[in-house]
Ligand binder design. Structure first.
Ligand code: 5GP
Ligand code: ZN
Length: 118
């Protein structure tokens, strides 16, 4: 691993160095419950490959990003979120409210969500 990933909270979660409540895992992606839920159901799904944010993805990551979204769909379905609806969020950079610099897709549901965000 590079120095960057050695210092990354979500890389440590993937490695099992920091505990998390797993929802799903395979060779490419990992999903777990957010420690500070912003909605009754709040799951994070991340690529196991360290990507700092969504803008760090390149053509090489096309299949990985597609898989991330399709697995998120499976999780949303399994969690019973599809009937009433839910929201995917990818906070990006300072103004986007990103606090952990390892790409993650928020899956938020279980209540009506406000729009636009504050
Ligand atoms: P961001 O603000 O970067 O879009 O989202 C980061 C998310 O990671 C936040 O919702 C925050 O609650 C969650 N988070 C931060 N640290 C941990 C942790 O150690 N474990 C888990 N499960 N979630 C975390
Ligand atoms: Zn990382």
């Amino acid at each position: 691993m590079s120095d960057m990933t050695d210092d990354c909270l979500f890389c440590k979660i993937i490695a099992g160095e920091i505990p998390s409540n797993k929802v799903y895992s395979d060779d490419d992606v990992y999903a777990f419950y957010d420690i500070n839920p912003a909605a009754p159901q709040h799951i994070l799904i991340i690529p196991k490959k360290h990507l700092t944010d969504i803008t760090s993805a390149t053509n090489e990551d096309q299949a990985l990003i597609g898989k991330l979204l399709l697995k998120a769909n499976e999780i949303a379905r399994e969690q019973g979120l599809v009937e009433n609806g839910f929201r995917y969020v990818i906070n990006t950079g300072k103004d986007g409210g990103q606090t952990v610099y390892h790409l993650h897709l928020h899956i938020l549901g279980g209540r009506a969500l406000n729009w636009p965000p504050g």
